[in-house]
Structure formats: structure tokens, C-alpha cells
Design a protein. Structure first.
Length: 523
């Protein structure tokens, strides 16, 4: 799309890092938007301008409008990503997001603000359906998890920036600048990404899918072969993608969103959709939203005044961000399954600790000591969540879908996230009102419940190519252990599902090399 392309200058890991830095600006904006309204809602001028005084339901509606928009945007992004390509969709998403942020900044009444929040949410859902897919399709199997984890470190950095910017603005005069400036700031990362993305390469998998083989080989050479089109890694990945496309073409065209959910096929796409939606809903059921909502009250119980509570909450956000760097190291070493299971167990322990220490008859014995203890568990919970469930639930969905619907698979991931967020946001206040401290015990139970679900239904994706995962998910059996037995019965090794493509060794490489040379000569 540009005269200059960064793939002409950077190769291998450097190019992959550059692509993921670009992706990081989108994920940073996502995190910033999540944390933005908490500070805006504390501005007296904002409350008066929007006429929200005493109307908590409408104030919550303004926040919720963003998630409604993200649900809508995910459908558009998933469809357009498979039709137009990853780069064009990132450009469109940035333009739409800047437009929505501009409208938010200029809002003069609550109706205006709600409409602009929906527009901004559409952009977020649109980009969230595309950006993780672009990252996964250009990363190597051995680094895919680490790079997605780094992006979500930037996601929490966005939350941190939103929080501390709001904190800093509390020292400014309480006029419109106090809330309009933080809203306007959300345009900055999207403007940077909009300028950057023109100079980045398209996904080689999308290019091959749309018969742009010469460009695809050039991008693969830059990503895998240090610019060498005949590098064994380039030839091997090219062979895998071609074989996958051949199988997908033989099994029919691209299914609609409806067919993805309800119509059975040989590739088990409906199963993958259900797994994707539920992994995002489970991410919310393990309780990060509950901790976020109730943490200030726990800090108050610890004896902190309002100002100190704000500082403690800000420090907790920073430790949350730091914890995400652990996932950069562990995701591609420990595997997705183990990380989700051990994270859920640790989070359950933290919730039990918070619940017991916040039980009224226990708390009243030593309010300060129990409050401080509960605060420690809050810090531990957010750290464990940042190490585990924050990242893996965005990585897993983009790994498991076949190429022909991968962007739409990313859309289903965002849909699941929106549903989970809505469920927790709507139910948590009522739960605390009716069962109080036992809400924490309930969420501990949710964490324990997801462990057998992950063990039984979610196969390991670590270190496998995106094409190998199509084989893993091709079984009739839906339970992990049964599926592995089914593959072995067919003579397929679950740890190396595409070994048959390499059985001819050098003959395979020579054949593909000749194809590449023929295409180069023809071009």
C-alpha cells in the first residue's frame, strides 16, 4: 500500500517486533478506553454538563454504551477483515475511532455522549477483531504467545495511563478541560497507528488466500527467511498454508456468522466458536470486574482515606501491568492450558481470602488488620490475573480458527468479551446488595469450576503452527483426551499433526522451491 514498506528494511524477529509494536498502539487505546470513564465520572463539570446528578442508572448507561458499540463493531471487523485484509481494516478502524473520540470530546449533552461512546465502541470492537489476528498470522509458533502477551501489557499500561491522568486532573480547575482533555487523549495512539500501518506488510496468509502469491512469498521471506525466498522455513510455511487452503477450498466457501455458530462442518467451526465465546465469558467469571469494582471499598476498610485509597488503587494498577510481563515469558513455555488452570486456582484462593476477611463478624474484630489483609489479596489477585487469564483468552481464539474465517473468529472473541463484561457489570451490584461478602466466595467457586472445563475441552496450542491447529480441531471427539486418541488412530501424532507434509524431506523443499522460482519468473 505504500512506496516504502518496513519489510524491505527489517527481517525476521525485528520485523515481527515492529508489527507487534504497531498492534500495541491499538491495544493500548483499548485499555485506555476501558479506564477512561472512571475518572471522567468524578468531574463535577461533566456531571452538570450531562445533567447526570443523582442519575446513577444513566451514568452507568453512558459507560455501557461503549460495550454495546464494541459488540456491533466486532461483527463488522470480523467480516471486513476476511474480505479487505488486515491492513485496510486497521486503517478504517483507526479513522472511525478518531471520529468517535472527536465527537466525545465535543459532547454537550448525555444523548450526544452516548451516541459518540457507541461509535468509539464500534471502533474498539472492529480493531479487536483484527489486530490480534494480524499479530498471530505474522508471528512464529514459538513466539506467538509472547507477542500477544506484550500487547496486553500495553493494554494495562493504557488503563494505568487513564487512571493516573484522571488522578492528575483532580488537581486542575473543575471545568470542561478536566474531563474533555482525557477523552481527547484517546485519539493519540490511534493517530500514531494510522500513520504507521501504511508502511507495514499484509498478512501472508491473507495474501495467499486471495491469490496474491508473489506478495505473500515476499512477506514470508522477510518474516521467516531474512529476505531469502528459498529459505527452508519459508518453503515449509508456504507448503503448510497452501495445503490448508486446498483443504478449506475442498470443504466449501466462507460461512456466515450464523453458519459459524449453528451449521456443523468437517472443520468443526461451530465448536471453535463456542469455545471462543466461552473462554471470554470465563475470563469475566473469574472475577477481574468484581475486584475492580469493589477494590476501593476494601481499601477504605483498611483505614485509608479517599486520597490514599486513590494512590493505592493506582499502585495496584501498576503492579497489575508489571505482572503481565510474566506472561511474556511463560505463555510459550508453560502452555495455554496450564496457565489458565493454575491462574484460576490462585485466583480462587485470593477470593476466598478476601471473602473471609471481609465477613462482617470477622472484620469487626480488627477492621484495620483485616482490611490490610484483604488489600494484600486484592494485589495478589490482580497480579495472578495479569499473569494468566488477561492474555491467554485473547491469544487462544485467534490461534484456533481456520484461515478462511480467522478474522470472524476474532470477532466472536470480542463478542464473548462483551457478553461477559455485560453479565458481570449488571449482576455484581445486585450480588453485593443481596449476599455481601459471599459474592467473593461465589467467584472463588467460578474459578474452581473453570479448571475442569479447561482441562477437558481446551487442547494445547503452544508451539503449533496455525495450520497444525486445524488438524487438532478436525476430530469428531470434543474432549481433549478422546480427540488425541482419535488422531492417533488415524496415524496422526497430536504433537506433530503435519508430519506427513515433511516426510519427503528435501524432495518437498525442492518441489516448493521450484514453484517459487516459476512464480518469480512468471511475475
Amino acid at each position: 500500500m505504500a512506496v516504502f514498506n518496513i519489510a524491505d528494511k527489517l527481517h525476521g524477529r525485528k520485523l515481527i517486533i515492529a508489527i507487534n509494536v504497531a498492534c500495541g498502539f491499538s491495544i493500548f487505546a483499548f485499555g485506555y478506553d476501558q479506564g477512561l470513564m472512571a475518572g471522567v465520572n468524578n468531574s463535577r463539570d461533566y456531571i452538570e454538563t450531562m445533567n447526570l446528578g443523582g442519575n446513577e442508572a444513566m451514568r452507568g448507561g453512558v459507560v455501557a454504551a461503549y460495550y454495546c458499540g464494541s459488540l456491533i463493531g466486532s461483527f463488522f471487523g470480523g467480516y471486513a477483515g476476511d474480505k479487505l485484509g488486515r491492513i485496510k481494516c486497521v486503517i478504517l478502524g483507526c479513522i472511525w475511532g478518531i471520529f468517535g473520540a472527536t465527537l466525545q470530546t465535543a459532547a454537550q449533552n448525555v444523548e450526544w455522549m452516548i451516541c459518540s461512546r457507541i461509535i468509539t465502541g464500534v471502533a474498539t470492537g472492529y480493531l479487536n477483531a483484527i489486530v490480534p489476528v494480524w499479530s498471530a498470522e505474522t508471528s512464529t509458533p514459538m513466539s506467538r504467545g509472547a507477542f500477544i502477551a506484550m500487547q496486553f501489557s500495553l493494554n494495562i499500561f493504557g488503563v494505568v495511563v487513564a487512571y493516573w491522568l484522571a488522578f492528575a486532573m483532580t488537581f486542575a480547575p473543575d471545568n470542561s478541560v478536566r474531563w474533555r482533555f482525557p477523552i481527547a487523549f484517546q485519539m493519540f495512539p490511534q493517530m500514531v497507528l494510522l500513520v504507521m500501518v501504511f508502511f507495514f506488510p499484509e498478512s501472508p496468509r491473507w495474501l495467499l488466500k486471495h491469490n496474491r502469491e508473489e506478495q505473500a512469498i515476499q512477506v514470508l521471506a522477510a518474516l521467516r527467511g531474512d529476505g531469502d525466498r528459498n529459505h527452508p522455513n519459508v518453503l515449509h510455511e508456504l507448503k503448510e498454508i497452501r495445503e490448508t487452503l486446498r483443504i478449506e477450498e475442498a470443504q466449501g466457501g466462507e460461512p456466515s456468522f450464523y453458519k459459524m455458530l449453528f451449521e456443523k462442518d468437517e472443520m468443526n467451526i461451530p465448536r471453535r466458536v463456542h469455545m471462543t465465546v466461552w473462554i471470554q465469558i470465563m475470563q469475566q467469571l473469574v472475577g477481574i470486574g468484581v475486584v475492580t469494582i469493589y477494590a476501593p471499598e476494601i481499601f477504605r476498610l483498611a483505614g485509608f482515606d479517599s486520597f490514599v485509597s486513590m494512590l493505592v488503587a493506582g499502585i495496584n494498577n501498576i503492579t497489575y501491568m508489571i505482572s503481565t510481563f510474566v506472561a511474556v515469558i511463560t505463555l510459550d513455555r508453560w502452555g495455554r492450558r496450564f496457565i489458565m488452570m493454575y491462574g484460576a486456582v490462585c485466583q480462587a484462593i485470593c477470593f476466598i481470602g478476601i471473602g473471609i476477611l471481609c465477613k462482617p463478624d470477622i472484620l469487626e474484630r480488627n477492621p484495620l488488620g483485616m482490611g490490610i489483609g484483604a488489600t494484600v489479596f486484592v494485589f495478589l489477585y490482580t497480579a495472578f490475573f495479569g499473569m494468566t487469564w488477561l492474555t491467554v483468552t485473547w491469544l487462544y481464539p485467534v490461534e484456533i480458527f481456520p484461515l478462511k474465517v480467522r478474522a470472524r473468529g476474532g470477532a466472536w472473541s470480542t463478542i464473548g468479551w462483551s457478553i461477559g463484561n455485560g453479565l458481570v457489570t449488571l449482576s455484581t451490584p445486585s450480588l453485593f446488595e443481596k449476599i455481601g461478602w459471599a459474592t467473593f466466595i461465589l467467584y472463588a467457586g467460578f474459578n474452581i469450576a473453570v479448571v475442569p472445563v479447561v482441562w477437558a475441552l481446551y487442547p494445547e496450542t503452544m508451539s503449533k503452527s496455525l495450520e497444525e491447529l486445524d488438524v487438532i480441531f478436525s476430530t469428531k471427539a470434543m474432549f481433549v483426551k478422546s480427540a488425541e486418541k482419535e488422531l492417533r488412530a488415524k496415524g496422526i501424532d497430536p504433537d506433530d499433526p503435519l508430519a506427513h507434509l515433511r516426510q519427503n524431506g528435501e524432495n518437498h523443499n525442492q518441489e516448493t522451491k521450484q514453484q517459487v522460482e516459476d512464480e518469480k519468473t512468471t511475475a
